[in-house]
Design a protein around this ligand. Sequence first.
Ligand code: 5GP
Length: 201
Amino acid sequence: MNKGKLIVFSAPSGCGKGTMLAEITKDKNYRCSISATTRSPRPEDKEGVTYYFISNDEFEEKIQRSEFLEYAGYCDHYYGTLLSEVDPYLEKGINVILEIEVEGAMKVKAKRPDALMIFIAPPSINELRRRLHKRGTESDDVIEQRIEKAAGEIAASIKYDYIIINDALEDAVKDFFLVMSAEKLKAENSHELIGEILDKK
Ligand code: 5GP
């Protein structure tokens, strides 16, 4: 069986990646890894579904035990990808999506060079600000902190393999599946296909 593809999916806070991922994972060949974090749950969060919410001490114990593929600090909290959320699923042929920020994304790329790097961008910073205010889950100060962070992340998007602009959800999801189709057609991913073609000689 083919192994699943590791997909890194980065988007500044408020880019609508949650909604995009909900659409994408309706396809059972895709699964989002559930990260561990030390930030407090928001009303819409569910333990073990959106994140594993753990204390600072627990997070640091997991670092000591090498349980993370990567982890990073973001707006005063730890966020990390547990290896147990990644490798068992890739082995089963499931594509695993890591929804992580840029610093962690670069760590994954260094450790797993075959990871597919996708950046989701908002149509503009103003639109991002509007969406964050509309969500209403953060104070004005935190929103401005996240906007600042977003601008830096958008500048770093050049390091990714693909950039998808999430203006209209349906189009952004379509673009994602187009990227996946293009990946499948890449010559470097086609060893099996070439074998089959040659067998039919
Ligand atoms: P939020 O607090 O809005 O849920 O997430 C804040 C940021 O942390 C987002 O950019 C999100 O992609 C990132 N993030 C979530 N989980 C992880 C993780 O496991 N590792 C890293 N490096 N970033 C993460």
